[in-house]
Design a protein around this ligand. Sequence first.
Ligand code: ADP
Ligand code: MG
Length: 342
Amino acid sequence: MKHRLPAVFLPLLLLTGCISKADQEPPTRTAEIFAMDTYMTLKACGAGAEAALDAASARIQELDDLFSVTKEDSDISRINHACGMPTVVRNETAAVIGTALAVGADTGYALNIALYPVLRAWGFTTGSYQIPARETLDTLLASADPKRITADGSVVVVPQGYELDLGAVAKGYTGDQVTEIFRQFGLTSGIVSLGGNVQALGTKPDGSKWTVGIADPEKPDSLLGKVEVEDCAVITSGSYERYFEGEDGKRYWHILDPADGCPADNGLSSVTVIGRNGARCDALSTALFVMGTEPAKTYWQKQRSFEMILVTDDGHIFVTEGIASDFRTENGKEAEILHGGS
Ligand code: ADP
Ligand code: MG
């Protein structure tokens, strides 16, 4: 495992350039938190920023306590240990599961929140990496059918032996919640990066858009490009984010293809999804990564309800037309614009 922080800190680096001039502009406050297994940077602008950050930090902790797959009394752990019986959880836990199931159903089950035992077999849950035997994967996949999971109101039911993990959606949902708290505190400007998943509230205090860096999957310490946004989530899934190298010299990463239980290897090295709803963008970034280049393009063309930046593993960049004018690449790289057609 190569420990890498840049995907986490890239947005932070870009943010530090926009600290307000104290005299003329409202206060800007930042907080750094480690939660959900990742570094988070929160920036709140305006009167009340300090209190908003405190409330947001407490809320992040609360969501970590609900969604954690390792904390014993989290909603997710209780579901995973319910032996097939219904589990009463917070409405929001059931709702996030519901969002993930809906995106799963809509993407041919490229997103499957029941893969935790498969992630464990690869060692992604502990860092003790190994390449599981084909039979092991097949056995585990037999107990990971997302169609057998139900989430209704505050009740979640999964068959015995199933284990859920919200790693693909929790940070996106958390970003939504943090910006909602900022709003409740009367703020109209702020930006948060939750392990590289960015959620922007409004614009910068001076009215210009926020700049979010997109990592170069080949050199994750560098930027592939920058996108200017206001009031939306910018969420990336990439094969460079967490991986190990096998004795065969191949890389094995943490986003699995539910079709075979192996790292999804369908032509993409990163997918960035940009849209209003962070939970959905997070779910989609993972699902589109699994689907691969052409299915991701087709899916976007049918939906058109979000924007995306695809980076293929042979270095091509595709950007959807709705954000093409707000995206620029670094080092003169070319990006091809995807059009929706009629
Ligand atoms: P990250 O959390 O690294 O930003 P993602 O949002 O793409 O990236 O989520 C990846 C995480 O989701 C993995 O670490 C794992 O916990 C889980 N996961 C992996 N493959 C899938 C999948 N096909 N469907 C749902 N969850 C997945
Ligand atoms: Mg995701």
